[in-house]
Design a protein around this ligand. Sequence first.
Ligand code: GTP
Ligand code: MG
Length: 186
Amino acid sequence: MSELPAPDRPEYAFVGRSNVGKSSLINTLTNKKKLAKTSATPGKTQLMNHFLIDETWYLVDLPGYGYAKTSKHQRTGFQRMITRYVLERENLMNLFVLVDSRHGPQPIDLEFFEFLGMNGVPFSIIFTKIDKLKEEELADNLAAYKKEMLKAWEEMPPVFLTSSSDRRGKDEVMAYIHGIHPMFER
Ligand code: GTP
Ligand code: MG
């Protein structure tokens, strides 16, 4: 992966189904409206984008997985790119897997968690678009999600609840990132 920046600073990547809100969350975290390109049409992010933050660490926007309307060829290409990236990127400190808080556990996400677990890739889950749910609905969805995951996992990974509309969860995600930085070793 010679086209990537040198792995000389800690890096955090955002991955998940197309349209889940990866690019929007990156903009929210960085307080920049147009750093990462967003779109109501799934399949917006087509390349891996590295953003250097405070000249000290990287945020990475990845293309979405599992979007049916991209060509099969392209889908396979994205999947291969993501797989290779998470397995080989030596400065990747944590992978944030985004899931839409409105939906129950999707097979493609559960399979991806399993793949990460088997390969020892540290990850957290970010439930996005929580502004679209009432508090009770969110609590119910979360409980159902955890119940399903705990069939396969002994414990939950770290979980964050976010909204790029009202910026909830931003401080928690940033605090988590800053807490991990010191573990980076060149
Ligand atoms: P791809 O690059 O296509 O994989 O999508 P993405 O995961 O980067 O999603 P993106 O950030 O482009 O957002 C997709 C759509 O969801 C856009 O219309 C956003 O405005 C909307 N969206 C993202 N986050 C939120 C959120 O927290 N709340 C609400 N209400 N809408 C959101
Ligand atoms: Mg995107």
